[in-house]
Design a protein around this ligand. Structure first.
Ligand code: 1GP
Length: 251
């Protein structure tokens, strides 16, 4: 890993064209299966692990993260849905502001409570403008955050939010259709955002095949996240196919 997780991610992007982030949710995987999945991800081309979810019932996140940390060398990045989703054993945290919403709790409220904890734990915060994109049904992220996602046919609204994130000095934007979303963020929207902002773009939510992941990269995604599909049909071969599809440079 380079000196910071953000630098590691930027290095991955420049070396491989795009990066592959696997989301592990401690409510769905714990103990040995969680460790096995993390090890399998690392062995098959995943560039960093995200750990978190919008609603987490797991009480001992610290234990889960420390177990994973003991078995992998790739960065572990928290993807928090709430204040208590912080572990001192992670390498970094996506310091999210849910900028597509107008709920002050998720724009700045949770962050104010979290900041001293992040400082005390010496976690690297990666400031990220989190933008929810609508799908065909209400996702957990939408429900739990009590915010409205951006309609999937309103790319200009997504661009305006992403530009605002850039101008506010955030390191990245995350276009998320939400866990298990159907369908995923439209390529036209990814492309329009990519054409208009210069900070890296993470795309996730409902990406269920290497081909779809590849289409997000071709549209301009710098990092692609998969979570649900790996819970449903995890196999080393599938993870490798995702990694190869995401890392394939245009040619
Ligand atoms: C959800 O973007 C992540 O916030 C991952 O989504 O679980 O649908 O892959 P999936």
């Amino acid at each position: 890993m380079l000196n910071t997780v953000l630098n590691h991610l930027l290095h991955v992007r420049s070396e491989k064209g795009a990066g592959y982030l696997a989301l592990l949710e401690p409510d769905k995987l714990s103990g040995a299966p969680l460790i096995d999945m993390a090890v399998c991800c690392e062995a098959n081309g995943v560039d960093a692990l995200l750990i978190g979810s919008s609603l987490m019932l797991t009480v001992d996140l610290d234990e889960a993260v420390s177990q994973v940390k003991a078995h992998v060398d790739i960065p572990i990045i928290l993807f928090p849905g709430a204040l208590h989703h912080i572990s001192r054993h992670a390498d970094a945290i996506l310091f999210l502001s849910l900028i597509s919403g107008r709920n002050p709790q998720y724009l700045i409220g949770e962050q104010v409570h979290a900041a001293p904890i992040i400082q005390a734990y010496d976690l690297e915060p990666i400031a990220t403008g989190y933008i929810l994109i609508g799908s065909d049904s209400i996702t957990s992220a939408e429900f739990m955050s009590n915010t409205r996602p951006i309609p999937r046919d309103k790319s200009t609204i997504a661009v305006a939010h992403a530009l605002a994130a850039e101008y506010l000095g955030m390191h990245m934007v995350y276009l998320d259709a939400g866990s298990g979303a159907r369908p995923s963020v439209p390529e036209t929207m990814v492309e329009f955002v990519s054409d208009n902002v210069s900070i890296p773009i993470i795309v996730g939510g409902g990406i269920r095949s290497p081909q779809i992941a590849r289409e997000k990269v071709q549209a301009g995604a710098d990092f692609v996240v998969t979570g649900t599909i790996l819970e449903e049909q995890a196999s080393p071969a599938l993870i490798r196919e995702f990694a190869d599809a995401i890392h394939k440079k245009p040619g």
